[in-house]
Structures are given as C-alpha cells and as structure tokens.
Design a protein around this ligand. Structure first.
Ligand code: ZN
Length: 153
C-alpha cells in the first residue's frame, strides 16, 4: 500500500460524527440561505443545475476528497473521478453510505437524483453510462454542491 493509499483509508475510516469538518445542520430554509451563496442554495436546496462546463471541478484531477458544500459530509474520492465530457464533474462511485438516491420525474424525464445522506441536499443525478470497467455508473454532480479537500498530511 502506498502512502497516499494509507492517507485515503484513514480518511475513509474517519468516524463521521468526529469529523471536525462537518458543519451543523440548519433547521430551516432561512438558515440555509444565510449559510449558502445564492448559487449554492439554488442547487443544493432547490435541486437546481449549474450550466455545463462552468463548474470549478469539471476538469480537476487533484488527489483528495470531495465533500458536501452544504454540510461537509465526505462524498467522493478523487480516484473515482473521471472525464466524462458531459460538462459536470463525474464520478464512478460515491463513498459508502455518503449519498442517497431518489426517483426524479421532473422536467418530463425519469432520472435518479443523488442527495447527501447527511443533510439531504441535492448534489446531481446518477446515470448508467459511466465507464464499464469501473461499474458503469456516472455520478453527474454540480461543482457548486462540492467542496474539495486535499489529503491531510
Ligand atoms: Zn450534506
């Protein structure tokens, strides 16, 4: 196991409620509005979608962990990120238990919505056109719904 691997596994083994980067959960919409930027609020709390190829994480390759921008929950490892060409940051898998999936019939389509399992904020959608060798799933996320953290040294 390389040193970067052991960093990663230590991150995964973090007891979620001991995670100092977790933020307390607001109880109301007005509290969410006060914490989030208007763009974050629209995506995370109103299930909006940022325009493709505009998000800050579309092309990033850095090693680390992507957290929920609303509550700090650890969601994705950089190892699961891939270049899908769709215009949004894409991942083949989420961290175990980090996200929940909800059937979404909005906009005349059937899609599967992905939310943060801790704060229920909207993150994006999941599609089954991801890389076959990595399981075939594509977590299509909004950059504004994510915070990036480099491995702690
Ligand atoms: Zn969250």
């Amino acid at each position: 196991m390389s040193s970067s691997d052991s960093q990663k596994f230590r991150a995964l083994q973090t007891d979620q409620e001991q995670d100092v980067d977790l933020k307390p959960l607001p109880a109301s919409d007005s509290e969410w509005r006060a914490r989030l930027t208007p763009a974050e609020f629209d995506v995370l709390r109103r299930a909006g979608t940022e325009r493709p190829f505009t998000g800050k994480f579309v092309d990033t390759d850095d090693e680390g962990i992507y957290r929920c921008a609303a509550c700090g929950n650890q969601l994705f490892e950089s190892d699961a990120k891939f270049h899908s060409g769709c215009g949004w940051p894409s991942f083949t898998t989420a961290l175990p238990g980090a996200t929940i999936e909800i059937e979404d019939y909005s906009h005349g389509m059937f899609r599967t919505e992905v939310r943060c399992a801790r704060c229920q904020s909207h993150l994006g959608h999941i599609f089954n056109d991801g890389p076959r060798e990595a399981g075939g799933m594509r977590y299509c996320m909004n950059s504004v719904a994510l915070d990036f953290e480099k491995p702690k040294r």
